[in-house]
Design a protein. Structure first.
Length: 61
């Protein structure tokens, strides 16, 4: 089973994956090494130059 099949939604935008849609996989370090699926072209990492790290809702950076 692929990461996309397990998750069913993009780790970056939360949108659902369409059947057969190509996806990318990223490493997520949250105390353990995990692999998460994202839509092609999406990323859970901040874009270069944004200067802000992504945080969980309700948590300060």
């Amino acid at each position: 089973m692929s990461a996309a099949e397990r998750q069913r939604t993009c780790a970056a935008c939360g949108g659902p994956f369409a059947e057969g849609e190509p996806t990318d996989v990223e490493v997520l370090l949250d105390g353990a090494v995990r692999y998460v699926a994202v839509h092609s072209g999406h990323s859970t990492f901040p874009r270069k130059g944004d200067g802000e790290a992504l945080t969980a809702p309700g948590k300060a950076a």
